[in-house]
Write a protein that binds this ligand. Structure first.
Ligand code: GUN
Ligand code: FE
Length: 458
């Protein structure tokens, strides 16, 4: 068949696999065999009962199969659809101000420091390692306005084997902190240089993202150029939208001739099926309709939305409008770099909305939130033909989870082995101690094995 691998089977895993499909938020595949080929793609998925015929058909030896333990399972890698690598240094602090004040006081001065490549290399190494070991197999990163430091983030993601979308931040308007901005000309030229330099490196898992910071920090001419660059090169686009009410008001003042915040991006060709917009807490129904029609998606960042008192996105409403949605940590507006925290804060937010409207609101289930953190994220980043779940032909991006890890956060008081219970326990109580292995495109990237070529300071 056309699905058959031509490069040979590299690894075969036996155990419980949990994942989502388009129709089912949680599908549990018990005692299953998954074969991964030398290109890191899933070559076959079968039942253990078929091991003899599968090994004959695919030419692997039974003794090479990796068998999972009884409290273990594989799940798809977590997809962080929105994280500022350049804000990792102050993650866990400075959450005492509303967004715009927070940007001016803490964020712009911090991002300014990335003009120093040594500083950038050090922090970026820590971000990539921290997120990978917490199960983020794909991250959609904001870097800073500095092209060379942004390229370092790409290099480090490549060295550690993380799948990454990376954006050099564009901003030619910043009256409140003028030290941190570019000229119009610089922003365009450096964006093109960033894209060209990155594509020249041919990192297999790292892609450039056109990244206007948000409408408030860009002139209409810059937005126009960025829309054109993305269109001409079929690139991903990321930005922020409708995070706080104050920001929405400021956009109205600054862009009086546009119908809405969403219309600002749309008129400049920045809403496409490869666009991911962070937050969207205060979008109207008409704006959500524009998202659906263009295929643009939302990165839901609940930790940030709560930490900066920005708002609570009603994910149920977004899903009912058939808008694609993934989860994001939004470090450092969100204080945690772990996607497990994003899962929990998504549950907390949906429950807070239920408290406000107990009669009508339908809370998200943990299975649905699991789907958003994996398959939903892959769809939000337009990578769902390649990743997001366990399907023949997709890349094997996976976490090997051991819920019974010695010294870990989950006590096995009741030795329940039901996979659904183990997954729910892991999502609510687990941490990186339970993530015993991480695979990206078939390659084991956690535990860390090789020292990356670039070297790093600890
Ligand atoms: N809006 C514009 N820039 C930022 C940022 O760095 N973080 C968040 N949370 N929102 C933004
Ligand atoms: Fe953000």
């Amino acid at each position: 068949s056309s699905n058959e691998s031509t490069v040979g089977i590299a690894n075969v895993y036996r155990g419980t696999f949990v994942h989502s499909t388009d129709d089912t938020p949680l599908e549990i595949l018990e005692d299953t065999l998954v074969g991964v080929d030398a290109d890191g793609k899933i070559a076959f998925i079968g039942s253990w009962q078929e091991v003899d015929s599968l090994s004959r058909k695919w030419g692997f030896v039974a003794s090479t199969i990796t068998h999972l333990g009884q409290h273990e399972f594989f799940m798809p890698g977590l997809v962080d659809t929105h994280i500022h690598a350049s804000q990792y240094g102050f993650a866990g602090t400075a959450l005492d101000m509303p967004l715009l004040e927070w940007l001016n006081t803490y964020t712009f001065p911090e991002e300014e420091r990335y003009k120093d490549p040594a500083f950038a290399r050090n922090v970026y190494t820590h971000v990539v390692k921290r997120t990978l070991r917490n199960g983020t197999t794909t991250a959609c990163y904001f870097a800073t306005i500095h092209t060379d430091a942004s390229l370092l983030l790409c290099e480090i993601a490549n060295d550690f084997g993380q799948r990454a979308l990376v954006g050099k931040v564009c901003m030619d308007r910043n009256n409140s902190y003028p030290n941190y901005k570019e000229s119009l000309d610089e922003s365009q030229k450096e964006t093109i240089r960033f894209i060209d330099e990155l594509l020249k490196k041919k990192y297999p898992l790292v892609k450039p993202v056109v990244t206007p910071r948000f409408a408030l920090s860009c002139s209409t001419v810059l937005l126009d150029h960025l829309g054109k660059i993305a269109q001409d090169n079929h690139l991903h686009i990321q930005s922020h939208i409708s995070e706080t009410k104050e920001e929405v008001e400021r956009v109205k003042d600054l862009f009086p001739t546009y119908d809405s915040y969403t219309d600002v991006y749309n008129k400049h060709k920045l809403l496409t099926d490869k666009t991911v917009m962070a937050h969207g807490c205060h979008l109207t129904d008409e704006e959500l309709k524009l998202f659906r029609e263009t295929g643009a998606s939302i990165a839901h960042c609940p930790n940030s939305n709560i930490s900066l008192c920005s708002g609570m996105l009603d994910v149920r409403r977004v899903l009912n409008q058939h808008v694609k949605l993934g989860l994001g940590t939004d470090v450092a507006g969100g204080y945690s770099p772990s996607m497990l925290d994003a899962v929990r804060k998504t549950m907390d937010t949906t429950k807070a909305l239920k408290i406000q409207d107990p009669e009508n609101y339908q809370t998200l289930t943990f299975e649905e939130v699991f789907q958003l953190a994996t398959l939903g994220g892959s769809q939000a980043l337009s990578l769902d033909r390649q990743i997001g779940n366990f399907e023949v032909g997709k890349d094997f991006d996976a976490l090997r989870v051991n819920t019974a890890k010695e010294g870990g956060p989950i006590d096995l008081i009741i030795l329940c082995k039901e996979p659904k219970v183990l997954l729910e326990k892991f999502l609510n109580l687990g941490d990186d101690r339970n993530i015993v292995e991480v695979y990206v495109a078939g390659k084991r990237v956690v535990p860390f094995v090789e020292k990356p070529v670039g070297g790093f300071s600890v």
